[in-house]
Design a protein around this ligand. Structure first.
Ligand code: A3P
Length: 338
């Protein structure tokens, strides 16, 4: 396979922070979570709930971000397999650079979030990261809130979603770990309150179900543009889905690569056990200026059905009811429902 020759790209059309005041003013007029979240300021925009700083970035990106025609966007709600998808997509597009000499693979000493930028998170914290020479970027923003230039382009989108109960449980553990690592003791934070927010659609970038539906509908209308994937499918048939992802990304594996076991190598490199055992992911931190997030918090169990260890039967039933009402009419079912 010919080795790609990356060239620097420029995706930000204005100097960083130039319109901060304008976006802050817009945000000040938006509905807020009531009662407020004990730690974050959460605002509702376009029907979705955002952390105020990521919303500010989202508004600015909408106007000031220039997608490149060859860009591929990895889209997801938090806790649905974003870190895994980033590692896999990064490995697929860089395989000709690093697979022969795995010791130089950036995944060995960088958390996947430092290999693939997240638009609204890195916009203020590491703006130059968005000018990555790799055509893979990520975002948690709902479909309709993607940067204008992405919506107007034919850029490919890969969306990963996860069974809602497991998504909520993963968020609960992640958020708790974050609070502990920041030394924050949240007075009002209980499983019941957090569940009420998720169930009522007031989760980060939620309502979760609407986030999934927007991308799902787009994938039905334009399958050549949006590849819709579930965490559960990726988990049960990783090898096959990695091949499908590579094809969708325009980097299909050659017969020679398949015979050489390249797909297996990528799957093994991105396996939760191998990634979470790396020193960088055990003890490193992801620096977002205002926060430092422990890399280890992105890797927990990585299992399907872990909700059974936390949710009551009533909680599970009430989430399932929304899932059935929202997803089943459009034909969206998770493997556990089939
Ligand atoms: P659990 O909390 O259920 O273990 P995100 O990357 O979107 O934040 O999602 C985090 C979830 O994906 C966590 O789920 C985490 O353990 C799981 N995860 C992270 N890396 C993974 C990998 N390489 N393979 C499978 N699951 C992974």
């Amino acid at each position: 396979m010919p080795s790609s020759s990356p060239s620097k790209v420029s995706r930000l059309s204005i100097s960083e922070n130039s319109n901060e005041t304008k976006y802050k003013e817009i945000i000040s007029t938006l509905p807020k979570l009531d009662p407020p979240h004990p730690t974050y300021e959460i605002n509702q925009y376009n029907g979705f709930w955002f952390h105020s700083s990521t919303l500010e970035a989202t508004l600015s990106l909408s106007e000031n971000f220039k997608a490149q025609p060859s860009d591929i966007y990895l889209c997801s709600s938090p806790k649905t397999g974003t870190t895994w998808l980033k590692a896999l997509a990064f490995s697929i597009v860089t395989r000709d650079r690093f697979l022969d000499d795995d010791s130089s693979n950036p995944l060995l000493n960088k958390v996947p979030h430092n290999c693939v930028p997240t638009l609204e998170v890195d916009y203020y914290a590491n703006p130059s990261f968005l000018d990555t020479d790799l055509p893979v970027l990520a975002t948690h923003v709902p479909y309709a809130c993607l940067p204008r230039s992405v919506l107007d382009s034919d850029c490919k989108i890969i969306y990963i979603c996860r069974e809602p109960k497991d998504t909520f449980v993963s968020w609960w553990h992640y958020d708790k770990k974050q609070q502990e690592s920041f030394g924050i003791v949240e007075s009002g934070k209980t499983l019941e309150q957090e569940f009420k927010w998720f169930h009522g659609g007031k989760s980060m970038y939620g309502p979760y179900w609407d986030h999934v539906l927007e991308y799902f509908k787009e994938s039905v209308q334009r399958p050549e543009r949006v590849f819709f994937l579930t965490y559960e499918d990726l988990k049960s048939d990783t090898l096959n889905y990695v091949k499908k992802l590579a094809e969708f990304m325009g980097k299909p594996f050659t017969e020679e690569e398949v015979n050489q076991g390249v797909v297996e190598k990528i799957v093994a490199r991105c396996n939760i056990k191998s990634l979470s055992n790396l020193e960088v992911n055990k003890s490193g931190f992801f620096d977002l200026k205002q926060w430092k997030i422990s890399n280890s918090s992105y890797f927990r169990k990585g299992e399907v059905g872990d909700w059974k260890n936390l949710l009551t039967e009533d909680m599970a039933k009430s989430i399932d009811k929304i899932t059935e009402e929202k997803f089943h009419p459009v034909g969206l079912k998770f493997p556990s429902e089939k």
